[in-house]
Design a protein around this ligand. Sequence first.
Ligand code: BTN
Length: 245
Amino acid sequence: MKIEKFDTLPSTNQYCELLNLSETEEFTVIVARTQTAGIGQRGNHWEAEPGKNLTFSLVLKPTWLPIADQYQLTKAVSLGIADFLMPLITEGNRRVRIKWPNDIYVDDKKICGILITHRIAGGQIAASVVGIGLNVNQIDFPEWVPNPTSLSLLTGQEWPLDETLEKMLNCIAHRYNELRNNPIGTLDEPYLNMLLRRGKEAQYGYQGQTILATLLDVNRYGHLQLVTDKGERLSCQLKEIQFLY
Ligand code: BTN
């Protein structure tokens, strides 16, 4: 594992996209103390107070993973982060959960976001850039950030960033190796078991309406599988459905 630290970058994901990934070692980690243009899902800005959080990207080379199964990488990374967080969040009945597709929540608040891009060459995944933003020591968040939390807010203590990063990377590496060394599908059940709202009826925004539906599963391609209160089956991609509270 090779960790390269920067004081300021526009975005660690963007930095990795510009690297010659064929000459970049697998498990190279690019960390920035401050990102001036951090990228979130759906093209949103990723907010992180300088010096208080972990914002980094990890270069992986899952050349052994069929393109059709690329969602397995999302499972491995989100499970690794959940594994890392679970023992730290010990107070009360708090629950670490994966909010489909790959946000990490503690109860109903978001602590970590993940953004994965794949580089495809010759019909296979040549490299993947896994961007991770973990809220660590930030206490105040701008109003526009939807339901944020941080390790400090949850535990009442400050966390050392370097040590936290190293432990988190080890947990991700463990799940990544589990994925690599086992038949495809090994992580399906652990991922499903961690899914927020699984098996529970809840409100969603779908085709401009509020619907009641129960989250059942995630298919091979990472599409969310639900059944509505009217018994209709839905299969949704990221932009097709919103979790409502
Ligand atoms: C999300 O919207 O939930 C995904 C957030 C991903 C943010 C991380 S921070 C490090 C890496 N670099 C970026 O520009 N984005 C990702």
